[in-house]
Design a protein around this ligand. Structure first.
Ligand SMILES: [Zn+2]
Length: 396
């Protein structure tokens, strides 16, 4: 099997030293995290954990909610249960009763008013349960929605129990008591301070926007991108379009590269068959082959276009995360050093010729070279002449 791998080309001669790789990680480095993930016995994921241990929730509040769920906050009934007898009276302004966790957090005069306000806002019908644990779990299961609204729904119960407990303690220590509406306002301030993620690509539907709008949170959408067109290089530069693709992701793959001059006429184009692999690997190999060809032809400073954001990001960060493609990536970095290409992203529509060649490679399962405009198959010439005219490609 190792021999097969070598013969299939997942190997290239180089003067570099061999290096050890750790199979379970994407970068081949052995880390404590990867080791732990390998030996641990993970239990199924709980939806509750997602909202309790959420980076958008201050950890002190997450921990407190967890304490509430475990029934371990020091209300009077909890202390009495330890065998310490004393007289207990709740601190809300209703008819006084013994203080219990349920009274303090759910059914007491102060707690019920606060919960009622937010229940009406997020529009969930609670089962008539009196238990704080059930209430939080039920809330998490039923408060759906999308975008910012979803985050708010997930984090709200934690803010509510946190503020209720703070108010209970303030009253216990003789501070001035706040009204329920005042507590609601403090909880709203927590929500407004949630560090939401950057803008969404798509606005959620109006129903999902009601809750964020109530808190005065606007959800922006990223600006739309410009029209996709093929832009040919200025002056004497050449342009290299590259594309790598696989049948399915993880099947037979191929790469397509095409080099054109500043008039848009084809200097050289090729389709190269890569055998089994993934899209990501095919993209890396196509980039390596294209840059290698530029170097061999003595073309300096080519403008390189790819429609793979992943590969471009790897190159700009000088870091490649799949150790399987490590050798190819190293060669890419060497070529970048010597030929000084200008790499940039293009839309699929601007990369049609390379895409066509990559498809040809895996369909024909062979390597095919074309030299000059006249040698191209008719289908490909259609694409290159449309590109040369700079015709825009309109999307539906
Ligand atoms: Zn009370």
């Amino acid at each position: 099997m190792v021999l097969d791998n070598i013969q299939n080309g997942n190997f290239s001669r180089s003067c570099r030293m061999d290096r050890l790789v750790c199979m379970p990680t994407s970068d081949g480095k052995l880390s404590v995290k990867s080791f732990w993930n390998k030996v641990r016995l993970a239990s199924p994921e709980r939806p509750l954990a997602k909202w309790l241990w959420n980076w958008m929730l201050p950890s002190k509040i997450g921990f407190f909610t967890w304490q509430v769920l475990c029934g371990s906050i020091p209300t009077d009934d909890a202390i009495m249960a330890m065998g310490i007898p004393f007289v207990s009276k709740c601190l809300c302004f209703c008819s006084p009763v013994r203080e219990t966790t349920t009274h303090c957090m759910v059914v007491g005069g102060m707690a019920s008013k606060v919960w009622d306000f937010f229940l009406r806002l997020v529009d969930i019908e609670l089962v008539p349960t009196q238990d704080v644990r059930c209430r939080i779990l039920f809330w998490h299961r039923h408060a759906h929605g999308r975008g910012h609204g979803r985050v708010i729904n997930g984090l709200l119960p934690s803010f509510i129990v946190w503020e209720l407990w703070k108010e209970r303690n303030n009253r216990k220590h003789g501070e001035r008591a706040l009204s329920a509406s005042h507590i609601v306002e403090v909880i709203c301030n927590w929500v407004r301070e949630i560090p939401f993620l950057p803008p969404f690509r798509k606005l959620p539907n109006p129903r999902d926007s009601i809750v964020p709008q109530f808190f005065g949170i606007t959800q922006k959408v990223a600006p739309s991108s410009s029209d996709p067109v093929f832009l040919w290089p200025p002056f004497t530069a050449v342009k290299l379009n590259i594309d790598g693709a696989c049948k399915g992701n993880s099947g037979e793959g191929g790469g397509g590269d095409i080099i054109r001059d500043n008039n848009g006429s084809v200097i050289v184009a090729f389709a190269k068959y890569y055998g089994a692999g993934t899209n990501n690997i095919a993209e890396v190999r196509a980039l390596r082959d294209g840059l290698r060809l530029c170097a061999n032809l003595g073309l300096v400073g080519p403008i390189v276009n790819s429609n793979s954001e992943v590969i471009l990001r790897c190159v700009s960060k000088r870091r490649y995360s799949l150790w399987k493609g490590w050798y190819w990536f190293q060669e890419i970095m060497d070529h970048i050093e010597s030929t000084r290409p200008l790499l940039s992203f293009t839309f699929r529509e601007g990369n049609k010729a390379a895409d066509w060649l990559a498809n040809l490679a895996y369909d024909s399962a062979s390597d095919i070279y074309f030299s000059g405009e006249m040698s191209l198959p008719l289908d490909l010439r259609w694409i290159t002449s449309a590109d040369a005219l700079g015709l825009p490609v309109l999307r539906n």
